[in-house]
Design a protein around this ligand. Structure first.
Ligand code: ZN
Length: 98
């Protein structure tokens, strides 16, 4: 997805849900500044990308929406609070609800 923030420009966000049999379900998030070239693949390996990963604990119901939020929060944790807030606002605008 492409997120348009108020002051930071556009970001490309990738999510990948890993559902390997017998392993904990995981959600990976990669976020980077949007650019003209099309991203290659689901997790594009952009050198400026921030990454986060969420694991489903044993007994948890796998919830894609929750997995995305946890993975995105982890990807953003090195950013200043204001930047994180802008990206979250753009994220919730994109998905259409809070
Ligand atoms: Zn990308």
């Amino acid at each position: 997805m492409i997120l348009q923030t108020a002051n930071l420009g556009c970001f490309t966000v990738h999510f990948q849900h890993a559902m390997t049999e017998g392993a904990p379900r995981r959600t990976r998030c990669v976020i980077h500044a949007a650019r003209k070239e099309k991203c290659t693949g689901n997790l594009c390996g952009a050198t400026d990308a921030l990454q986060g990963q969420a694991h489903c604990a044993a007994g948890d119901m796998f919830d894609k929406s929750r997995g995305r939020k946890v993975a995105l929060a982890r990807a953003l944790k090195s950013l200043p609070r204001q930047s994180r807030a802008e990206i979250w606002t753009a994220y919730f605008n994109f998905i259409g609800h809070f």
